[in-house]
Ligand binder design. Structure first.
Ligand code: SAH
Length: 509
């Protein structure tokens, strides 16, 4: 037997500049394995969803009105996590060692004898300008670049900022943490010999859907930033390369650039929709209104799964049902063949995809992902398999939800048993602050991907902000919206996630 070390490992992981797609593969794997995640504001909320169930998540950043945990306390916390958890991930925005105080955390871990590793990240100092169309080096324009912090007050005697050195430096200059003192720092640089007419740019929330860029000169940047209302976090770039943004800023040309879209699916499921919208340039806020839990009667669920090999038909009505069913199935059986020769029916491409992942093809699936259509498909295909009368059917579904499948198959003389695989409960936590943001800043579009997301959104008592348009995945969800007096502005034609994205793109153009 391996000896369990008394102290777990701590990984200082660079979370990249904001776009979760810019996280490293190693960083993502560590988040998935982590028993404890320590994070602050600049880590993308989507990354929290990568953690396994039961992972302890500790927020150490600033909350409106509250200060961030002091650095010494974070250091001590990391050391104490190592005593409690085998794998702790400390997520840090960008690269952990670029103005992230990652070095101090590593030194504290080293001093306490805690095994640690650093996983470098994509730094905003380079990726921020890049995603706004500014290469930090460019042949013929510059041969070096300097990165400096604008956090310090250059006029104060204790400042270690080398303003004359920066002003005299050749090539591109990149300033982080400089928005609070932007005007003073630009003035100090000019006073120290920096050319006031040199191109300059500020990029806020770079690499994310909230990205905004302002181009000006060193002398005019502070005014331009004020006029545009840009704030932190932003990178400031000084140098000839800043002018290339006009040609190279690909992000601002994406179809959903500048649109804030709210995704109301569960944290585990939001990813596919969020990524598809983000790829079109949208700023996506995940506001999960429901959470998937075990069914109330776990014993019933387990025995239904054990008995599954005895049925003629297995009917799956959601991806969650498939996932939960086979998690339980493979806890009991080792081989998919032990499921026997049952025919399989499914609603929705996502459900079929989950089935395919365990090696099962679907026999009956309607083109439209609604229960009525599944029944119609059963009727249409009745000749192929002799109808469902007297067949035994196991219906895998959630605790709440419609009973069309059960009622209609019973009407057709099938012998239907239920396998309640999961329950959906309201998500009351606002871990990422998405709910607060929706209420205070509004959004352009809110998406609903099921009736239960609508109901739970309403149950949470969240007010739809003024001017926010509604996108629905299909007629059932639309009907549920109507119960609350709401009418969607766009609806997916084929009731799928790609269809929903298409509807949003179409409504935009
Ligand atoms: N370790 C981080 C930097 C931490 S200091 C890194 O390597 O990126 C925090 C500063 O980083 C912010 O004040 C801002 O200047 C910059 N920053 C971080 N994320 C940013 C983003 N998405 N867009 C623009 N600037 C960002």
């Amino acid at each position: 037997m391996k000896k369990k070390p008394s102290l777990g490992s701590v990984y200082l992981v660079g979370a990249g500049p904001g776009d979760p797609g810019l996280m490293t593969l190693k960083g993502r794997r560590l988040i998935e394995e982590a028993d404890c995640l320590v994070y602050d504001a600049l880590g993308a909320p989507a990354m929290l969803g990568w953690a396994k169930p039961g992972c302890e998540k500790i927020y150490v950043g600033k909350r409106s009105g509250n200060h961030a945990l002091p650095q010494e306390d974070i250091n001590a916390l990391l050391v104490s996590c190592a005593a409690k958890y085998a794998c702790t991930v400390r997520l840090k925005g960008g690269d952990p060692y670029v103005f992230g105080r990652g070095g101090e955390e590593a030194l504290a871990l080293h001093a306490a004898g805690v095994p640690f590793e650093v996983v470098p990240g994509v730094t905003s100092a380079i990726a921020g300008p890049a995603c706004a169309g500014i290469p930090v080096t460019h042949r013929g324009l510059c041969t070096q670049f300097t990165v400096f912090t604008g956090h310090e007050d250059a006029a104060k005697p204790e400042s270690t900022l080398d303003i004359p050195g920066i002003a005299a430096a050749k090539g591109t200059k990149v300033m982080l943490m400089g928005m609070g003192r932007l005007r003073a720092t630009m003035e100090a640089l000019i006073a120290a010999g920096q050319g006031g007419n040199a191109p300059a740019a500020a990029v806020q929330w770079a690499t994310t859907g909230r990205q905004r860029r302002v181009n000006a000169t060193v002398a005019t940047l502070a005014d331009a930033v004020d006029a545009a209302g840009l704030g932190s976090p932003a990178v400031v770039v000084i140098g000839e390369v800043a002018a290339l943004a006009e040609q190279l800023d690909f992000r601002s040309r994406l179809p959903l650039a500048g649109k804030r879209i709210v995704v109301t699916r569960t944290r585990e499921q939001a990813g596919v929709l969020s990524e598809a919208l983000a790829a079109q340039g949208a700023e996506v806020d995940e506001l999960p209104t429901i959470r998937i839990t075990d069914p109330t009667d776990r014993h019933d669920f387990a025995s239904a799964v054990v008995d599954a090999p005895h049925y003629d038909w297995l009917v799956f009505t959601s991806p969650n049902g498939v996932k939960r069913f086979f998690r339980a199935f493979f806890a009991v059986y080792e081989d998919i063949r032990e499921l026997g020769g049952a025919r399989i029916a499914a609603i929705g491409a996502g459900t079929a995809a989950e089935l395919k992942a365990v090696g099962l093809m679907v026999d009956v699936m309607p083109a439209k992902a609604v229960a009525e259509e599944l029944i119609a498909e059963f009727d249409r295909k009745a000749d192929d398999f002799g109808g469902v009368a007297n067949s035994t059917v196991l219906w895998v579904h959630s605790e709440k939800g419609r009973r069309v499948v059960y009622d209609e198959l019973m009407k057709r003389q099938a012998i239907v048993d239920e396998c309640i695989a999961y329950n959906t409960v309201p998500e009351t936590e606002d871990l990422s602050g998405a709910r607060a943001r929706l209420e205070s800043e509004g959004a352009d579009i809110i998406t609903f991907t099921s009736s239960s997301t609508v109901r739970h959104f309403m149950e949470l008592g969240i007010k739809l902000p003024e001017g926010c348009r509604i996108a629905s995945i299909g007629p059932v969800t639309t009907a549920t919206l109507a119960e609350y007096g709401l009418k969607p502005d766009m609806e997916s034609a084929d009731h799928t996630i790609p269809g929903l994205v298409e509807a949003i793109l179409k409504a935009k153009s």
